[in-house]
Design a protein. Structure first.
Length: 191
């Protein structure tokens, strides 16, 4: 097993901008660090749960993956466009009306985020299962990869917190850019 390759793959996928990371950044900016942490905790729990599902149900999913991926692409794209719209129309002067900064929204986003779903369905069978199939090995792998994901989410919370003042000076431009990034991520699902 090439641990360096596994770690590079995990870090690239979890730390690069994606729907969850962009929503975390937007949540810090619009609703504060505490709300973004709630969202990140929900995202982390769901991320770990998806890894568990991948580890234990991979052999069953192999026969129906094309149907699942297509459905997730549709649902995920629509949800991401909805999030982009919510970020675009956010107005800080009206107070926080957005409900994306919750544990539940962070949790649910992971199941609709094609980047996360595809990652969790590929990392365990591609990097772990060819070498280790025992319950302890799979458990340790799921825990380690979940920790990497959590570190990525917390990094985005910290990034948002550090640059919050700068981001607030450019309120509308920041919301438009974050919304466009999410729309771009939704479009990339189909390319």
């Amino acid at each position: 097993m090439n641990i360096a390759s596994l770690l590079i793959y995990c870090f690239i996928v979890t730390f690069t901008p994606g729907p969850t990371n962009i929503v975390i950044l937007s949540t810090v900016y619009n609703l504060g660090t505490r709300k973004a942490l709630q969202y990140a905790y929900g995202a982390t729990i769901a991320f770990g749960l998806l890894l568990v599902v991948s580890a234990f149900l991979n052999s069953i999913l192999v026969t129906i993956i094309p149907k699942i991926l297509y459905g997730m692409q549709i649902i995920g794209s629509l949800y991401m466009i909805y999030l982009a719209y919510q970020i675009y129309k956010m107005d800080k002067s009206k107070g926080p009306v957005n409900k994306t900064g919750t544990f539940i929204s962070g949790f649910l986003m992971q199941f609709l985020n094609p980047k996360v779903v595809i990652f969790t369905m590929t990392v365990i069978p591609s990097y772990i299962m060819p070498y280790y199939k025992t319950m302890p090995a799979l458990t340790y792998s799921v825990i380690a990869i979940t920790i990497i994901g959590c570190l990525a989410f917390i990094t985005w919370v910290l990034f948002g917190t550090i640059f919050k003042e700068f981001l607030q000076k450019h309120n509308k431009a920041v919301n438009i850019m974050m919304a466009l990034f999410i729309v771009y991520a939704a479009a990339m699902i189909w390319m």
